[in-house]
Design a protein around this ligand. Structure first.
Ligand SMILES: C[S@@+](CC[C@H](N)C(=O)[O-])C[C@H]1O[C@@H](n2cnc3c(N)ncnc32)[C@H](O)[C@@H]1O
Length: 283
C-alpha cells in the first residue's frame, strides 16, 4: 500500500463521512487527536506522509464516526462558553444553546452581584456551573446530579480548570441534593425535557447520550414541573429560577412558573429564534 499524504488521507476520509454535517472538520479533528497535534498542526502537515501506525488508529475512530458516534465522545472533549470540557458517554454533550442559560443568569444577576449563592441542578459535565464560576469568582456555586458517574466527570473538569475550591458537588434528586436550609439567589437547570415518544431520541447524537439526561415523562415536562415546585423551598424571596426547555415548551414552562406565583415570568429565544429559556422571580 502506497503511503498517503496527510492531505490525501483527509480528503478520502471526509468523502466517507456522508452522514455528518461537517465531514471535513470531523476528519481534521479526529486526525489531530490521533497525531497528537492541534487541528492547525494537521493543516500545517498536509503534504507530509502519514506516519506509521497513524492510519490504523485513525481508521478505528472513523469507523465509529461512520456509525454516528458524536465527535465530542470520540475526542473526549467539547468546547462550552470559554472552556474546554472533558466529556464521556456518562454525560450529555454540552450544547451551544445552553450558553443562553449562562448568559441569562449573568444578565439577571447584573455586574454588582458579588456574593450570590447559585445552584446548577443536573450539572452533567459541569458546563453551566463551571462557566458561572469562571465568570463570577465570588459566587458560591453548587452543582448537583443524580448520576454519580456524571458528577465524577464534572468534578474532574473542575480540578483540571482549577475551580474545585469554588464549586460544591452534591449527588441527589433535584433540590433534595442541596444542603438543608440553603437559600439561593439563583437556581439554574437544563433538565431532561424530551418527550419519551419523541422520534428524535433515536436520531443523530442522542442514541449515544445517557437517556437519563434526555427523557422526561409527562410529554417532557415532568422534571421541569418538579424543579419549579421544589424551587420555592430553596430560593430566597426575589430569587430567580432559570430553566432551559424544548422549543415548544415555553408556554408550559411559563404557565408552571405563574401557577407557582413567580413574577416577571418570561421566555428568552435562542439564536435560531426558538423558545429556549424561561425565567421567573420568586414572590
Ligand atoms: C440535559 S442534561 C444537562 C447536563 C448539563 N447541565 C448541560 O447543560 O450540558 C440533564 C442532567 O440532569 C441529570 N438528572 C436527571 N434526572 C435528575 C434528577 N432527578 N435529579 C438530579 N439530576 C438529574 C442527568 O443526569 C443529566 O446530567
Amino acid at each position: 500500500m502506497a503511503t498517503l499524504s496527510v492531505g490525501q488521507l483527509l480528503r478520502q476520509t471526509a468523502a466517507r463521512l456522508t452522514q455528518s454535517s461537517s465531514p471535513q472538520l470531523d476528519a481534521e479533528l479526529l486526525l489531530a487527536k490521533v497525531m497528537g497535534v492541534s487541528r492547525s498542526g494537521v493543516l500545517a502537515r498536509l503534504r507530509d506522509p502519514v506516519q506509521p501506525g497513524i492510519q490504523e488508529a485513525y481508521e478505528e475512530l472513523i469507523a465509529r464516526r461512520e456509525l454516528g458516534e458524536p465527535v465530542a465522545y470520540l475526542l473526549g472533549r467539547q468546547g462550552f462558553w470559554s472552556l474546554e470540557l472533558d466529556v464521556t458517554p456518562d454525560v450529555l454533550i454540552p450544547r451551544p444553546e445552553t450558553e443562553l442559560l449562562v448568559e441569562s443568569c449573568l444578565q439577571i444577576a447584573g455586574p454588582d452581584a458579588a456574593d450570590f449563592t447559585v445552584a446548577d441542578l443536573g450539572t452533567g459535565s459541569g458546563a453551566i456551573a463551571l462557566a458561572l464560576a469562571v465568570e463570577r469568582p465570588a459566587w458560591q456555586v453548587y452543582a448537583t446530579d443524580r448520576s454519580e458517574t456524571a458528577l465524577a466527570v464534572a468534578a474532574a473538569n473542575a480540578r483540571r480548570l482549577s475551580l474545585s475550591d469554588r464549586i460544591e458537588f452534591r449527588q441527589g434528586d433535584w433540590c433534595a441534593a442541596l444542603p438543608d436550609g440553603l437559600e439561593l439567589d439563583i437556581l439554574v437547570s437544563n433538565p431532561p425535557y424530551i418527550d419519551p415518544e419523541d422520534p428524535h431520541l433515536s436520531q443523530g447524537a442522542l442514541p449515544f447520550e445517557p437517556l437519563s439526561a434526555l427523557r422526561s415523562d409527562e410529554y417532557g415536562l415532568r422534571d421541569i414541573r418538579l424543579i419549579v415546585q421544589q424551587s420555592l423551598a430553596v430560593l430566597k424571596p426575589a430569587g430567580w429560577l432559570l430553566l432551559e426547555h424544548g422549543y415548544n415548551q415555553g408556554a408550559a414552562a411559563r404557565q408552571l412558573m405563574e401557577q407557582h406565583k413567580f413574577n416577571q415570568v418570561r421566555t428568552v429565544k435562542d439564536l435560531a429564534g426558538l423558545d429556549r429559556v424561561t425565567l421567573g422571580c420568586r414572590s
